[in-house]
Design a protein around this ligand. Sequence first.
Ligand SMILES: [Fe+2]
Ligand SMILES: [Fe+2]
Length: 270
Amino acid sequence: MTMIKRNPSFELKKHLSSNWANNDAFLTAVFNALSISFPKGEKFFMNSVRAFKDEVNTEMSEEIRMFCLQEATHTREHIKYNKLLCELKGYDVEQLESIFAKKLEKSYSPKVDNKIRLAITTAMEHITASMGASMLKGNLVKSDNPVADMWKWHSLEEVEHKSVAYDVYKAVNGSDKVMRIVMKLALIDMIHANTRVAIKMLRHDRQFWKLSTFKSMFKFFFSKKGALRMNYADYKLFFNKDFNPQTHGNDLDLTPWKEKFGFTELILDK
Ligand SMILES: [Fe+2]
Ligand SMILES: [Fe+2]
C-alpha cells in the first residue's frame, strides 16, 4: 500500500451550514460530530503509534512517520472544519469536544500501557478504514460538494494507511485477545460519544424532533442499507483469526480517488 502526503484545501464555507450529507439532517450531524472527534482522537492515534518508533525496523518507522503525516494533515483540516462549522451554526466547540475528551481520558490513564493504547488505535483504524472504504464506494454519502470531497480525501488516506497501526502492534508482539476486547469497547464508546454529540447538534438546530430525522436515525442504526449494518461484516472480520488489514478490502480500486486528490509527493511505497 502506498502512502502519500497530500496537502489539500477545501472550500467548505458555502455548504457547511447546510445538510451537506444527502440533504439529511441526521447523517450530516453524524459526520459533523465525527469531525469534532478527530483533533483529539487523531492526536491519540499518532502518539500511540509513535511511542513504538524506536522498537521497530527502519521501514516500519518510516511507515509510522507517513502515518503521522497523513493524520496530522487530517487534524489540520478538521480543526478548520470544526471552527467554521461552530461559527456558522453557533455550536460550542469546546463543549462538544469535551464529550470525546472524557472518553479518551480513560485511555490516557496510567493503568493503560502503550501497548493497550496501540491496540485501541489498531481497532479504531480498522473502523475508520472500513468507513472510508464504504464512503469511497458511495454507500454513505451520495452528495457531491466540497464537504463530501473532504471526507472522501480523508477516507482515501484512511484506506491507504489502514495497516500501519496493526503492523506495528504485531511487530511489538501485541496480544490478539487484548486487541479484540479493546475493539468491542472502542466501538461502543465511539458510537455512544458520536451519537451524543450528533443529538446535541440536532437539538441546537431544532432538527431533532422531526419525523425525517427519526426516519434517518432508524435507517442509520437498524436498516439493512444503513451505515451500521452495511459496515457490520467489515467490523466482524476484525475478529477472524486470519484477519490482516493489508489484504482486507482490496476489491476497492483507489485509482480514481488518487487521480482526484493527488498521486504526487510519493514518499513511501510498501
Ligand atoms: Fe485520519
Ligand atoms: Fe487513520
